[in-house]
Design a protein. Structure first.
Length: 150
């Protein structure tokens, strides 16, 4: 049996690194990487404040970058690793992209796509909980600091 360092934890660490970039910019710390054949083809983090654009979520940035890399709009055979459960808007975009697999760290019971009735493509496989403690911790720290600044 061949052991590979490229597992869900490895790629989620890369997504958390993107979330940390968002944190440093004063953005809600959500990060994402898109992977095909154990190769990262797209990275993203929230840019809603920077771009003054409510649609500039990490997932949206990464979907666009991955589609540009692949030269097409479908993300078949791709896995997206994201630090927070996607919202309904991002789930809709992921539905249309036909993403093969979604892995998210922390659940979002209030604004996540599952709570809002959003759906992914029927062929998209979903798993969650990989590095949930780390991703949740970064989000909690961000919001505590924001509250203390007010």
């Amino acid at each position: 049996m061949q052991i590979t360092p490229f597992d869900d934890t490895y790629f989620m660490q890369k997504a958390i690194a993107e979330a940390e970039l968002a944190y440093e910019r004063g953005e809600i710390p959500v990060g994402v990487v898109v992977v095909i054949n154990n190769r990262i083809i797209a990275r993203g983090h929230n840019l809603t404040e920077t771009l003054n654009d409510v649609t500039a979520h990490a997932e949206m940035q990464a979907i666009t970058a991955a589609a540009n890399f692949l030269g097409g709009k479908y993300l078949k055979d791709c896995t997206m690793y994201v630090t927070l459960e996607p919202c309904q808007m991002c789930a809709g975009a992921l539905y249309w992209s036909q993403l093969s697999r979604l892995v998210f760290a922390a659940e979002d019971p209030q604004r996540g796509y599952r709570a809002m009735g959003g759906k992914l493509h029927p062929k998209t496989k979903v798993s969650h909980g990989t590095m949930e403690t780390e991703a949740s911790g970064l989000l909690k720290r961000f919001f505590i600091e924001k509250r203390n600044l007010k």
